[in-house]
Design a protein around this ligand. Structure first.
Ligand SMILES: *Cc1c(COP(=O)(O)O)cnc(C)c1O
Length: 392
């Protein structure tokens, strides 16, 4: 299937047109879990053909196939596949390319479940990971061993919106046979296209910006056809295929991805700039600010700086609690990337099981606040944040 190379706003709306059924403009939700074969030969072919969406539900489904096509085209990938969640996509992709005795190079900081998978789950199966400073490309190179099969990156990443130099990591892996995988969830394909720098695989939690409305759970992985065929093969045995209804919601959300991301980018920039000058705020972490230590890198590899930012309240933990409790428009809730602005104080999540020292070791300070800027009016967001800070 040819890649749709038009501009992202157009791709998001039209890339799956070849899969149109019954002349329907809006894609149908295909809930059927099994499909009629046109005789024994067709049955036999469909049973073994990778990504066949019309055989049995664990192999794929027509609705997810359309979503995969659009995300693949947005990322400039040959092929894509939808899984049940971002972690379903991440773990299935990783397990496809490593076996007992193999080695992975990853960042000190990743999405928490990705870190846990690398630190706690994989070692039980004899797969070791070296964690490196993501801001130093040389540290990735230095960690490579003869057994290294995979380099994992994620940029920007929690909690400080730290970036990884995508081009540098792709160059390090080039000609080594080591695969590179980038979690592109925070940036979205509108702001950043890792494959264009030479990365092999991109994973998204479609739960976030791709869906964009806090109402579905899904993951997508895109890359080369042979890699996606291998991932599909693994998913057949693990079973985390993406469900039709969630794929349909994601596809619906995706139609407006470009328009939404433009608003997320603008609101995050506005909030970050507002917070920057305030006396009660120690630091603001946003790749779009000139003060971000990696702003130059952000300009090189991102076409927009994203909707995620964090900042540190001088008043610490208590000030953070007050700030969050005084918010009226911004909502205190987990997750990110949807149309509503969501705010969390990361230390609150860690307090139950970690000491302040352990929390700090993860780059989180007690008074840190993370914002996923939504698409509300920017002035209304600023007004809400301003009134909430008065009590902090
Ligand atoms: C949410 C998230 C994931 C996991 O996605 P789920 O859909 O919740 O499984 C992975 N990576 C990043 C960066 C995320 O934000």
């Amino acid at each position: 299937m040819t890649q749709d190379t038009r501009a992202p706003a157009t791709v998001a709306l039209h890339a799956d047109e070849a899969f149109r059924v019954d002349h329907a403009i809006s894609p149908p939700i295909c809930q059927s879990v099994t499909y009629l074969a046109d005789g024994p030969e067709d049955f036999a072919r469909k049973a073994v053909e990778p990504h066949n969406a019309e055989f049995y539900g664990r192999h794929g489904n027509p609705t997810a196939k359309r979503l995969a096509k659009v995300v693949a085209d947005l990322e400039g990938a040959e092929a894509g596949m939808v899984l049940s969640s971002g972690m379903g996509a991440m773990t299935t992709a990783i397990l496809t390319f490593v076996r007992q005795g193999d080695h992975i190079v990853a960042q000190d900081g990743h999405y928490s479940a990705t870190s846990n998978f690398l630190r706690k789950v994989l070692p039980r199966y004899g797969i070791e990971t070296t964690f490196v400073d993501q801001t130093k490309p040389d540290s990735f190179a230095a960690a490579i061993r003869p057994q290294t099969k995979l380099i994992l990156i994620e940029t920007p990443v929690n909690p400080l919106m730290t970036l990884t130099d995508i081009q540098a990591v792709a160059d390090i892996a080039q000609d080594t046979g080591i695969l590179t995988l980038c979690d592109n969830t925070f940036a979205s394909p509108i702001n950043q296209r890792p494959l264009s720098f030479g990365i092999d695989l991109v994973v998204h939690s479609a739960t976030k910006y791709i869906g964009g409305h806090h109402d579905l759970l899904a993951g997508v992985v895109v890359g080369r056809q042979d890699h996606l065929d291998a991932i599909w093969d693994m998913s057949m045995d693990l079973g985390p295929i993406g469900a039709p209804f969630d794929a349909w919601l994601a596809l619906r959300g995706l139609r407006t991805l470009k328009a939404r991301i433009d608003l997320h980018n603008a609101n995050a920039m506005k909030i970050a700039s507002f917070l920057k000058g305030l006396p009660g705020v120690r630091d603001v972490y946003y790749p779009g600010l000139v003060s971000h230590p990696q702003h130059d890198l952000a300009q090189r590899q991102m076409t927009g700086f994203g909707g995620m930012l964090s900042f540190d309240l001088k008043g610490g933990y208590e000030a953070g609690l007050k700030f969050v409790s005084r918010l009226r428009l911004c909502l205190n809730a987990a997750s990110l990337g949807g149309v509503e602005t969501l705010v969390v104080q990361p230390a609150v999540m860690f307090r139950a099981r970690l000491t302040d020292e352990q929390i700090r070791a993860q780059g989180v300070t007690p008074g840190m606040i993370r914002i996923s800027a939504g698409i509300e009016d920017g002035d209304d967001l600023i007004a809400d944040i301003e009134q909430a800070l008065c009590g902090a």
